[in-house]
Design a protein around this ligand. Structure first.
Ligand code: MTE
Ligand code: MO
Length: 176
C-alpha cells in the first residue's frame, strides 16, 4: 500500500530526474546581461551590450575552442570583442607598490561559478595580453546559449579551459 511518505519520495525522485534531464539536455547556466568590473581599481563599472561599443571592439578571425581531452568543441570563424587589457586600462588598476605587481591577478567569474585567472604579468608583460578578449559576437551573430559575454584566450594551446561562458565579473585582486 502507498503511504503519503512513499508518494512524497516518488514525487521527489521524479522532480530530481526532470531537473537532471533539463541540465543534461540544455547544459546552460544563468545568463548575465552585464559584466561587473571590480576589485582593486579606480573606476568600477559594468559592461553591457549598449556600453561595450565604447571600449574599442575589435573583430578577429579563426579560433578553435579545444577541450583538455583534445576534442574541438567550437570553431569560431570570427568573433567581436574588447581586449581585457583595454577594460583594465579604462578601470585603472590601483597598485601603490609596483614591486608587488607579481601578486596581482585578474579573476574572470561566470554565473555557474566557473572561474579563470590571469596574472597581471601575463596580461602586461607577455604576448598573452594581446589575445584575451571579452567577446559578444561569434560568426557575426550575438552570443545566445553561452550567455551574452564570453572570455577567450587565443594564446592558449588548449583554449577550452580559459574559455569562460556566462561571464558575470572581472575582478582585480592581489595575493596577501
Ligand atoms: N562558465 C563556464 N564556462 C566554461 C565551462 C563551464 O563549465 N562553465 N567549461 C569549459 C570547458 S571544459 C570547455 S572545453 C569550453 C568549451 O565548452 P563548450 O563546448 O560547452 O562551449 O568551455 C569552458 N567554459
Ligand atoms: Mo573542456
Amino acid at each position: 500500500m502507498l503511504s503519503f511518505h512513499n508518494l512524497f519520495i516518488m514525487k521527489l525522485a521524479s522532480t530530481t530526474v526532470l531537473l537532471l534531464l533539463h541540465l543534461i539536455c540544455h547544459g546552460q547556466a544563468e545568463i548575465s546581461d552585464q559584466v561587473a568590473v571590480k576589485g582593486l581599481i579606480e573606476r568600477p563599472f559594468t559592461i553591457n551590450l549598449k556600453t561595450i561599443g565604447s571600449l574599442q571592439p575589435e573583430v578577429h578571425n579563426n579560433l578553435n575552442i579545444v577541450c583538455s581531452s583534445g576534442e574541438t568543441k567550437k570553431e569560431l570563424r570570427s568573433f567581436r570583442g574588447v581586449a581585457l587589457k583595454r577594460i583594465l586600462d579604462s578601470a585603472g588598476i590601483v597598485m601603490p607598490r609596483p614591486k608587488e605587481r607579481g601578486k596581482y591577478y585578474i579573476a574572470v567569474r561566470a554565473t555557474d561559478g566557473y572561474t579563470t585567472l590571469y596574472a597581471w604579468n601575463e596580461i602586461y608583460n607577455n604576448p598573452t595580453g594581446n589575445h584575451v578578449f571579452l567577446i559578444y559576437e561569434e560568426n557575426g551573430q550575438p552570443i545566445r546559449e553561452d550567455g551574452r559575454f564570453v572570455m577567450i584566450c587565443g594564446n592558449d594551446v588548449v583554449t577550452g579551459p580559459r574559455h569562460v561562458k556566462w561571464v558575470s565579473s572581472i575582478s582585480v585582486e592581489k595575493l596577501p
